[in-house]
Design a protein around this ligand. Structure first.
Ligand code: OXD
Ligand code: MN
Length: 596
């Protein structure tokens, strides 16, 4: 071990964990292609990985998780702070001593007959002041191969770490994939993550949700920065200027699609371009000029496969064509390629559905069954993305003009509105609600409050997190602070049809948002904030799809519905008791007064 690092905190922690889990071998992930290639081959030899058609999908592989292990498990995810009060009412909590004891009992001897992979990784460009380092121990080749896409891995990370003990400890043990003993535990006060009995992405790629959101949100609170569940996109305007937007949506609500948006024809002609900096997570800090800057700490995309196609997101699709891993999608046995619902209208006849059952895909679909799991995923290197921003590796990040919150709401929330100011914007984010999706285990389509899309990812008390947002706002010059908006692409009419085309046409809304940031367009003040005049949302090219009347109706603020919403917010806020920031209480009072 001494060959790779002399860092005592690293060596002694690994020694301890080796004594606990007792691997047969230890392999350090060095960041070389040769090692990755050897691990792919080994994964294929055991059936853990399936090599796909190397002409059509070079360096691409398929992996199937256990059927009981297909999504993040929020009910089994814990924040282990010293006191329950520190974790707050929206997190599951376990006392750290008891949690370690239980987890160590589960993990003990679990690597016997297995190899321990030691993955040094950096979240953010190696060496950037924004970046943070982690080390994940895992007994899964699938995890190693995914981490090698999603993060910067290898020995140069250890060099950047030097002797510091400022790094996040991560222990992952597949164990028996027993759902009854599955735990995803974060110890923010110890910079530690332990995940046992799962092999599914969000539960086991510890750099992502566990570190870059749960642990990092806590670090950000302590250190004066923010970790958010937000995409970052750069919108290049006809004048050549690029404006950056960070947007928070709950899981599987289209962050990847928005981040890689293709402008409608008319916009393209006028010189609009969209550049992707990130599709899931932002780390945000104030820069020397007083503006907020964001980096994407990840190095790849862990996107939802179903619904991704040439029309909805050609850039994501292209990103998956080389060096990608597919999880729980279907396989076309004639071509040895992959398929999922919404890829095209031709399910493979000679197919394996996501668990590996051979079937006639056409008949299978005719019986109403899915070929791919609804939460099947692709893990794709960011560098494959045709619209990857030239600022992707910028260690200083990009300056943020606007924060956008949003969710899936068939009714109520208008297409877009702007908050009156920063604190009201925090209220808008704090009271976000969305219909649940397949990204987490549990019922789908139920409306739940998901503040800033951080409900499953906030590593401390949600009221402290809101206060942190308010405190950050106090340090910003209002002229330099990002403006805050809310969007809803998912409004439905009474027949259940979507009223807004979404996808590339969402640029029409982003255009309005940027114009508001630049003070170039008026808006009407309503009970909930500033709403566009319908005439100011460009409909050129979609006049047939969205009439002015229908645009008016998705911009409408229905006071009766909003009164119910205010009552729901009041109920939700009760959970936080005295810790609810006064600014949020005030915003609620204003909303109620405005609604009359
Ligand atoms: C994700 C999620 O995987 O939010 O990004 O579930
Ligand atoms: Mn996410």
């Amino acid at each position: 071990m001494e060959n790779y690092t002399t860092n005592k905190s690293v060596l002694s922690w690994i020694e301890d964990k080796v004594a606990l889990v007792k691997p047969d071998n230890i392999v350090w992930i060095d960041g070389t292609n040769e090692q990755i290639e050897a691990l792919r081959a080994e994964g294929c030899s055991t059936g853990e990985m399936i090599k796909l058609n190397q002409e059509l999908l070079p360096d691409c592989y398929l992996h199937r998780t256990a059927v009981n292990d297909v999504a993040r498990v929020e009910a089994r995810t814990f924040i282990c702070t010293k006191t329950k009060a520190e974790a707050g009412p929206t997190n599951n909590w376990m006392e750290p001593g008891a949690a370690y004891e239980m987890l160590y009992d589960i993990a003990r001897d679990s690597y016997k007959g297995r190899t321990m992979y030691v993955i040094p990784y950096s979240m953010g460009p190696v060496g950037s002041k924004f970046s943070k380092i982690g080390i994940e121990l895992t007994d899964s080749i699938y995890v190693v191969l995914n981490m090698a896409i999603m993060t910067r891995t290898g020995l140069d990370v250890l060099k950047a770490l030097g002797d510091s003990d400022d790094w996040v400890r991560g222990l992952h043990c597949k164990c028996q994939i027993d759902p009854e003993k599955r735990y995803i535990c974060q110890f923010p006060q110890d910079n530690t993550i332990i995940s046992v009995n799962s092999g599914y992405g969000g539960n086991v790629l510890l750099g992502k949700k566990c570190f870059a959101l749960r642990i990092a949100s806590y670090q950000g609170w302590k250190e004066g920065w923010q970790a958010e569940h937000m995409l970052i996109l750069g919108l290049k305007k006809p004048d050549g200027q690029i404006r950056y937007i960070c947007a928070a949506f709950p899981s599987a609500c289209g962050k990847t699609n928005l981040a890689m948006l293709i402008p409608p024809e008319g916009y393209k002609k006028n010189g609009y371009e969209v550049w992707t900096v990130g599709d899931d997570i932002s780390w945000i800090r104030k820069g020397p000029d007083g503006r907020l800057y964001a980096i994407n700490p990840e190095n790849g995309f862990f996107g939802v496969a179903p619904g991704t196609n040439e029309k909805s997101n050609p850039n994501a699709l292209k990103s998956t064509m080389k060096g990608a891993i597919f999880t729980n999608v279907a396989r076309n046995l004639d071509t040895n390629t992959v398929w999922w619902e919404g890829l095209d209208k031709n399910p493979p006849v000679n197919a394996e559905e996501w668990t590996g059952i051979k079937c006639n895909g056409v008949e299978w679909k005719a019986e109403g069954k899915n070929l791919a799991h609804p939460n099947s995923r692709f893990t794709a290197p960011a560098k494959n993305c045709p619209c990857l921003s030239s600022e992707f590796e910028n260690p200083q990040g990009v300056p943020i003009s606007a924060f956008v919150f949003g969710g899936r709401r068939a009714k109520l929330a208008p297409l877009v509105y702007q908050s009156r100011d920063w604190n009201h914007g925090v209220f808008v984010g704090a009271t976000m609600a969305s219909e649940t999706t397949a990204a987490a285990a549990g019922a789908v389509g139920v409306v739940r409050r998901d503040p800033m899309a951080m409900l499953p990812f906030c590593g401390y008390h949600m009221a402290d997190y809101w206060q942190h947002w308010i405190d950050i706002g106090k340090t910003l010059d209002p002229d330099k602070a990002p403006k805050i908006f809310n969007v809803n692409w998912f409004r439905k009419d009474d027949e259940g049809n979507f009223m807004w085309p979404g996808f590339g046409d969402n640029l029409r809304v982003l255009e309005w948002i940027i114009k508001r940031c630049e003070g170039k367009v008026d808006a009407q003040e309503t009970a909930i904030g500033y709403i566009p005049y319908a005439k100011d949302i460009n409909r050129e090219g979609i006049e047939d799809e969205v009439s002015l009347e229908s645009l008016d109706s998705i911009l409408d603020v229905d006071k009766a519905l909003w009164k119910d919403e205010a009552a729901g917010i009041e109920e939700f806020f009760k959970k936080f008791g005295d810790k609810l920031p006064a600014e949020l209480k005030e915003s609620l009072a204003t909303l109620k007064a405005n609604l009359g």
